[in-house]
Design a protein around this ligand. Structure first.
Ligand SMILES: Nc1ncnc2c1ncn2[C@@H]1O[C@H](COP(=O)(O)OP(=O)(O)O)[C@@H](O)[C@H]1O
Ligand SMILES: [Mg+2]
Length: 349
């Protein structure tokens, strides 16, 4: 009975019924009247056919629909409302069973996709927790070491007491930095962070950031500058605080992963309704294998070097989230040993 079209079946059964009744009538006429009236046989045939057709059509079909509705009821209990397949079939519907089978297959495929997604999320969560505890372990153990030494008598040793307290304080600062980054990324990922759009001059805030990072850059003799003499204000429409965070992250990276005596250039250009910002350094660069992954949480090319520089591996993940929350994009180009360019867009005013 697989894939039998219902009207076809109804027609077939009606024809069979009409044929058997007509045959019975022929036999009856033959034995009783010894002659056959073909006209009456034909009329009987059509009459039986029509009556059978209606009987089958209106009894057989609802019998199928009732079953389908039962299945539908079951489905409504496990599916969100908008995913319920429409099984309110009209009588003209040719093949409701195959239709329902198709819908069920679709639902099963959807469920499978969801299960895969949840599995991915689960392994992501496990990896995330592992990363967080790993990041926090080092500074916590450091603090424990310093405090234990102080308790064990170091507190009275003027050669180490202040030094160890300062070191413990630095580790606390590191923990706060990690927690701050984690908090930002969680806010960005759960969507609880609302952007506050305003008009502001991106050139001025970049100059501010240059001043703010001047000492850090100076330690490595890295020059921070605009690629063209760009004194003219350039108004963008974005969340000022968050874009400042993006620029600080990218420029700090260019210093942290820059070479002694190198330079970081910021360039602005206009394209249609957008301002394109490029941050280019001539630092250590990122090799091709690592490039597609640098925006992932906790991903670092050289973990030791990053930690040494106070990095958490969350900076670029935060940057990407912020730009994407603005419905814009960020990309990176890099050549090992030559340098790196990060490019992102924003709406101009
Ligand atoms: N300008 C750059 N030059 C070279 N490598 C970079 C640059 N910016 C980022 N990276 C690489 O990408 C990794 C991820 O960056 P980020 O998310 O900011 O983390 P981190 O806290 O380590 O700075 C860094 O650890 C570094 O290896
Ligand atoms: Mg960084």
């Amino acid at each position: 009975m697989k894939n039998v079209k219902i009207p076809a079946l109804v027609i077939l059964l009606s024809l069979l019924n009409a044929f058997l009744c007509s045959l019975a009538s022929i036999i009856w006429q033959y034995f009783v009247n010894h002659q056959i009236d073909l006209a009456s046989v034909l009329i009987l045939f059509f009459l039986f056919f029509i009556v059978s057709f209606f009987i089958f059509y209106f009894i057989y079909n609802p019998f199928i629909f009732d079953k389908i509705n039962l299945v539908r009821k079951e489905l409504t209990q496990i599916l969100p409302q908008n995913e319920i397949p429409d099984t309110k079939f009209q009588l003209e519907e040719i093949d409701p069973i195959s239709q329902l089978k198709l819908e069920a297959k679709k639902i099963a495929a959807e469920r499978q996709k969801e299960i895969e997604h949840l599995k991915n999320l689960d392994s992501y969560r496990k990896e995330y927790l592992g990363n967080v505890s790993h990041e926090l372990k080092t500074p916590v153990f450091n603090i424990q070491g310093y405090v234990s030494t102080l308790i064990d008598g170091g507190i009275n040793d003027p050669t180490i007491n202040v030094d160890y307290l300062k070191r413990a304080d630095k580790s606390v600062e590191r923990i706060i930095h990690i927690i701050d980054d984690l908090e930002t990324i969680t806010q960005l990922e759960t969507g609880s962070l609302e952007l506050e759009f305003e008009k502001f001059d991106i050139v001025t805030i970049t100059k501010d950031i240059f001043e703010q990072l001047d000492i850090q850059a100076g330690k490595k003799k890295i020059a921070l500058k605009f690629s063209k003499k760009s004194d003219k204000p350039l108004l963008v429409f974005a969340d000022k605080f968050r874009i400042r965070q993006v620029l600080v992250n990218l420029i700090t990276n260019s210093i942290k992963y820059g070479k002694e005596g190198g330079k970081t250039e910021v360039n602005f250009s206009l394209y249609n309704d957008e301002v394109i910002t490029e941050i280019t350094d001539n630092g250590i660069g990122i090799t091709e294998v690592h490039l597609p992954r640098v925006f992932e949480r906790f991903y670092r090319v050289d973990k030791g070097r990053s930690r040494e520089q106070g990095g958490t591996g969350l900076g670029l993940a935060i940057v990407k989230h912020i730009i994407e929350a603005h419905q814009k994009t960020i990309s990176v180009k890099s050549n090992s040993e030559e340098g790196t360019t990060f490019t992102f867009t924003l709406n101009r005013v």
